[in-house]
Unconditional design. Structure first.
Length: 577
C-alpha cells in the first residue's frame, strides 16, 4: 500500500520492484544493516532481481524488457535540443549557432547557413521569440553540431531565469524530458538540489539543475530568494563586508567630498578589505585607494546596476563581424589616441552620442553592443568598483566573462574579491609591497598614464593614513599635534629645491588657519593636475570652435541665400525690361 501511494504521486518515479537486502551485523562492516551505500556489486544484484522477480502485490506493472540493461544516465541525442521550450529570442538562437560553430572550428556563420536560416531576417527582429524552423529539425546539421548548439543555447537561456528554487522532496524529485508522468526520467534530483526555473507553466517547471535541464513537478519545488546563478569562485562569505560598528569612522563636519567618500567606502567595505589585505600582506589603504581611484568606491549606480565603462577601442578588437564596416557605422574613437573621442550611434543616420561619465549612457551603449555580440561586449567593459576589464576574467578565476559579469552584478563582495585576485593573477603584489605604485599602475591600467595614476593612489593612501590609520586622541592634543606637525612640514617644504622651475612657476604656498603655510602637494600629483588643466583648456578651445562653427554655418548659409535671391531678382528684372 505504501508503494501504491508512492506511485500515485506524479512527481515520483514509479517503483517497479522491491528488493530487501540485509547485510551482516554492524561489527562486520561498520555500517547500518540495511544500507546499500558503497556496497560492491549491489547495483548488479538489483538489476538481476528486476529481471528475475515479477511485481506481485503492489499494483505496479512488471519491469519492462531490458530495463536492467539501461545505463544510469541517457546519452545525448538530437532530440534533447527539442527539450528546450521556445523561450529564447532570435538573437539568442543566432548566438548559439554562432558560438557553436566557432567552438567546432567552423566559420562563424557556417551552421546558420547550413541550417538554411536567414540571418538578416532573424536579426531584424532580434528581440522577438524565435519562431523559425525548430533547431532540432535543421536538416543540414549533424548530431554533434546539434549537441554543440544545444549547449550554447542552454547558456543563452540561463540568463532569463524567472526564479530560483530548491527541491523539496526528501525521497528525490524526477527530472523529466517533457511535462507529464509518462515522459522519460533523466535523473532523480536529491532533496534540496538547487534549481534555476526558466519557465513556470503551472504544474510543471522547466529548470536547470547543474548540467541537466528538464521538467519537474512544481509542487515539490520550494521558491527561494534569488541568488546569482554563478557565485564568485572561492568567495569568502564568512568575512564581514563592512567594518564592525565599534571600528566605524565618524565623518568630520568639515570633511571634503573626497574625504567623505573615503570614509563611507571604508566603513562599507573595510571589514573585507582588512581581512583580504592581511592575507596578502599589504596595507588595506592601498586597496581602498585603488577603489577610490577607479570608481570613487562605488560598486553600483543609483539604479542598482554595477558601475561599468564601455571601451570602444577594446570592442573593436573583440568583435569580429562578417562585415568589418559594420563597426564604423555604429562606433568611433580616436585611432591615434584610442582612449579619447569614444562615441556610438544606434543607426548610421543617427547623430553620434558620447557616453563616458554617464552610467545610464554607458549601459545604453553596452546593451546595444551586447545585442551584436554578448561575449565581445562583456569583454570590453570594466566592471564594478575595481573596474576590472571583462577580458581578464580568467585572471580572477572565472571560467567565462558571463560568470564574472553575473557575480559582479550580484554583489559588492564579488567585486572586492575580484580586485585581490586580479592583484595576484597579474603578479602586482611585489610592486605594492615595495611601494612602487608606478609599476603597479602600469600593470593594473597600462603604462600610458601610470605616473598620474600612481600620484592619485599616493594621494588617496595619504588621506587614508591621516583619517583612518592614525589613532584618534583627545581633541586638545590633536590640535597641538597638528600645529607641531604643520610647522615641521612647512620647514621641510622650505628646504625643497624645485628641480625644473622653468616648466611652470611654482605657486605661492597656500596659507592655512592662523597664517601658517601648508605643505605642498606631491609633485607627481601636481604635475598630473597641471596636465589635467591644460587638457581642459584644449577641450574648451575645441568646444568653442565647434560651437562657433555650429552658429556660423547657418548664418553664412542665410547670407548666401539672400545674395542668390537678389541676383535672381536682378536677372529677372533685366530680362523683363
Amino acid at each position: 500500500e505504501e508503494i501504491a501511494d508512492w506511485n500515485a504521486n506524479p512527481a515520483h518515479q514509479p517503483i517497479q520492484a522491491l528488493v530487501l537486502y540485509r547485510w551482516p551485523p554492524r561489527e562486520v562492516h561498520h555500517q547500518a544493516q540495511w544500507s546499500i551505500a558503497d556496497r560492491p556489486g549491489i547495483i548488479e544484484d538489483f538489476r538481476q532481481a528486476l529481471q528475475l522477480q515479477p511485481a506481485e502485490r503492489f499494483h505496479a506493472p512488471a519491469p519492462r524488457a531490458g530495463l536492467a540493461s539501461l545505463p544510469d544516465r541517457p546519452p545525448v541525442h538530437d532530440h534533447q535540443l527539442a527539450r528546450i521550450p521556445r523561450i529564447y529570442t532570435n538573437q539568442q538562437a543566432i548566438n548559439a549557432l554562432h558560438d557553436a560553430a566557432l567552438a567546432l572550428g567552423e566559420a562563424a556563420w557556417a551552421l546558420l547557413e547550413r541550417g538554411g536560416l536567414d540571418l538578416p531576417q532573424l536579426a531584424a527582429q532580434r528581440e522577438s521569440l524565435y519562431g523559425g524552423t525548430p533547431l532540432e529539425e535543421l536538416a543540414g546539421l549533424t548530431a554533434g553540431e546539434r549537441a554543440a548548439v544545444r549547449g550554447r543555447l542552454i547558456e543563452e537561456v540561463r540568463s532569463g531565469r524567472q526564479w530560483h528554487g530548491l527541491v523539496n522532496a526528501p525521497d528525490g524529485l524526477n527530472l523529466r524530458t517533457a511535462p507529464g508522468t509518462d515522459s522519460t526520467v533523466i535523473v532523480t534530483l536529491a532533496h534540496e538540489t538547487s534549481l534555476d526555473v526558466l519557465l513556470d507553466a503551472g504544474d510543471w517547471l522547466y529548470v536547470l539543475a547543474g548540467p541537466d535541464d528538464g521538467y519537474v513537478f512544481a509542487a515539490h519545488v520550494l521558491r527561494t530568494v534569488a541568488v546569482s546563478t554563478e557565485p564568485a569562485p572561492g568567495s569568502d562569505d564568512g568575512l564581514d563586508l563592512a567594518l564592525p560598528a565599534a571600528e566605524q569612522v565618524v565623518e568630520m563636519a568639515d570633511a571634503s567630498d573626497a574625504e567623505r567618500r573615503l570614509i563611507r567606502t571604508w566603513n562599507s567595505f573595510g571589514g573585507l578589505l582588512k581581512r583580504l589585505s592581511e592575507r596578502l600582506g599589504i596595507d588595506p589603504g592601498v586597496a581602498l585607494a585603488v577603489l577610490l581611484a577607479e570608481s570613487a568606491g562605488e560598486p553600483f549606480a543609483a539604479d542598482g546596476r554595477m558601475i561599468i565603462r564601455f571601451e570602444v577601442h577594446i570592442f573593436d578588437g573583440e568583435w569580429q563581424p562578417a562585415d568589418p564596416s559594420q563597426f564604423d557605422r555604429h562606433f568611433r574613437y580616436n585611432r591615434e589616441s584610442v582612449v579619447q573621442d569614444h562615441a556610438w550611434r544606434p543607426s548610421p543616420d543617427a547623430p553620434w552620442r558620447p557616453f563616458h561619465g554617464n552610467q545610464a549612457a554607458e549601459w545604453e551603449v553596452f546593451t546595444f553592443a551586447r545585442s551584436l555580440d554578448e561575449t565581445a561586449a562583456m569583454r570590453s567593459i570594466s566592471m564594478g568598483a575595481p573596474q576590472v576589464m571583462g577580458f581578464n576574467h580568467l585572471a580572477i578565476d572565472y571560467p567565462s566573462v558571463q560568470a564574472m559579469f553575473a557575480a559582479f552584478q550580484a554583489s559588492a563582495r564579488a567585486q572586492i574579491e575580484g580586485l585581490f585576485r586580479f592583484v595576484q593573477g597579474r603578479f602586482l603584489l611585489p610592486a605594492i609591497q615595495r611601494g612602487d605604485f608606478v609599476a603597479f599602475a602600469a600593470g593594473y591600467n597600462g603604462p600610458g598614464n601610470a605616473e598620474a595614476y600612481a600620484g592619485i593612489i599616493r594621494s588617496r593612501l595619504a588621506s587614508y593614513q591621516a583619517i583612518v590609520a592614525t589613532p584618534a586622541a583627545a581633541p586638545p592634543p590633536i590640535i597641538e599635534a597638528a600645529d607641531s606637525q604643520e610647522d615641521e612640514m612647512a620647514e621641510a617644504v622650505q628646504n625643497i629645491v624645485v628641480a625644473e622651475p622653468q616648466a611652470l612657476p611654482a605657486p605661492a604656498p597656500p596659507v592655512g588657519p592662523g597664517g601658517k603655510p601648508l605643505a605642498e602637494v606631491d609633485p607627481e600629483l601636481y604635475d598630473a593636475w597641471r596636465k589635467h588643466v591644460e587638457r581642459g583648456f584644449e577641450n574648451n578651445n575645441r568646444m568653442f570652435d565647434r560651437t562657433l562653427n555650429a552658429y556660423m554655418y547657418p548664418y553664412w548659409l542665410t547670407v548666401g541665400m539672400y545674395v542668390l535671391l537678389f541676383l535672381v531678382g536682378i536677372s529677372a528684372f533685366i530680362v523683363a525690361a
